[in-house]
Design a protein around this ligand. Structure first.
Ligand SMILES: NC(=O)c1ccc[n+]([C@@H]2O[C@H](COP(=O)([O-])OP(=O)(O)OC[C@H]3O[C@@H](n4cnc5c(N)ncnc54)[C@H](OP(=O)(O)O)[C@@H]3O)[C@@H](O)[C@H]2O)c1
Length: 321
């Protein structure tokens, strides 16, 4: 038998197909949102980045459960399309679109002002919106664009809505992080776009580490208030998250992803679990994996002293001078 015979042996194709089937069967975790009977009638939820990907399916689930859902999106046209789709699919007319650009602190303040003026309560906040693979861009607030969108914007949004959530208890905050946080580092000059390498997911990984660090510190500060805060990894999910990556990377991601990665609907499960499940009631300061298990995040994300420092720096950076 030659090397060519080994390489072209049909057994490889059969093994790959079998592996793909096994991975597909395992993609559904033990918790099925459709089997969860929790209703959200009378509850209000905000989902950022709800016009596509994971966020749209989180919003869809909340709408099915009867919640008043606010889709916090940056694009009016994309947001309107999602609003229409969610209303049609769920028959829930209490779905609303509000525009916010999370990379801009002014926009986040404007959005929050509108919510505080118009909403009597807020029971669920899902900080889902995120970007990856952006080239170097500094926002008008002086922050790296990816840091502003993925961390500082959501950090300010949460802070501004916190009193409303404290008056709406029990209330839950769910922050979408990523298993990629394990490749992230903490260097506070990163916030301003300094000492960063703009290649693929390098900047993104740092932002996802800050997500968990600050969620843990927020949870500590919220002890006893009835508001919980947790972070989740949704899994590796076929969405538009790679849209800023080179074509070849996107092509390979889509090709492999078709067989092995989660659909956006499956990617929404761990966030929905944190936001609505009876099993997660009262749980706070934890990091949930894509199969809804509580797992330990990276050591840096468990450093309590670092968390206090990080949180205080983010408070300072997002406060109005
Ligand atoms: N997909 C994965 O494999 C994966 C893995 C781990 C973690 N995650 C996390 O899951 C979350 C959702 O990602 P996804 O995969 O669903 O990505 P996606 O399909 O690219 O959706 C991202 C959403 O965020 C919105 N967004 C981006 N920048 C924004 C800004 N400045 N202001 C307001 N909204 C903004 C987008 O709005 P537009 O459509 O208008 O751009 C879109 O609605 C992210 O936090 C991501 O880090 C994803």
């Amino acid at each position: 038998m030659t090397w060519c015979d080994v390489l072209y042996h049909p057994g490889w194709a059969a093994t790959a197909a079998l592996l793909a089937v096994v991975v597909r069967l395992q993609r559904r975790g033990w918790w099925d949102p459709r089997a969860c009977t929790v209703r959200l009638t009378g509850k209000t939820a905000i989902v950022t980045g709800a016009n596509t990907g994971i966020g749209k399916f989180i919003a869809l689930d909340f709408a099915r459960r009867g919640a008043r859902v606010i889709l916090a999106c940056r694009s009016e046209s994309r947001g309107t399309a999602a609003l229409k789709e969610i209303k049609e699919k769920t028959g829930n007319s209490d779905i609303h679109l509000r525009l916010v650009d999370l990379s801009s602190l002014d926009s986040v303040r404007e959005f929050s002002k509108g919510i505080l003026e118009d909403e009597k309560a807020l029971h669920i906040l899902v900080n889902n919106a995120g970007v990856s693979g952006l080239p170097r861009q500094i926002t008008k607030d002086g922050f790296d664009m990816c840091f502003a969108t993925n961390h500082l914007g959501p950090f300010l949004l949460t802070s501004l809505l916190l009193d409303l959530m404290k008056r709406s208890t029990p209330a839950r905050i769910v922050n979408l992080s990523s298993v990629n946080h394990k490749k992230g580092q903490v260097d506070f000059s990163h916030f301003h776009g300094e000492n960063l390498t703009y290649h693929m997911d390098k900047v993104y990984n740092h932002t996802k580490l800050h997500n968990i660090i600050c969620t843990n510190e927020l949870a500590r500060r919220l002890q006893g208030t009835g508001v919980t805060a947790n972070s989740v990894h949704p899994g590796v999910v076929m969405t538009e998250v790679m849209r800023h990556y080179p074509f070849i990377v996107r092509f390979l991601f889509s090709l492999i992803g078709f067989f092995f990665f989660k659909s956006p609907e499956e990617g929404a499960v761990s966030s929905i679990y944190c936001a609505v499940a009876e099993e997660t009631e009262g749980i706070t300061g934890k990091y949930f994996d894509s199969d809804c298990s509580i797992v330990l995040p990276a050591p840096l994300a468990r450093d309590a002293a670092l968390a206090v420092k990080d949180f205080e720096i983010c408070e300072r950076l997002t406060s109005k001078l």
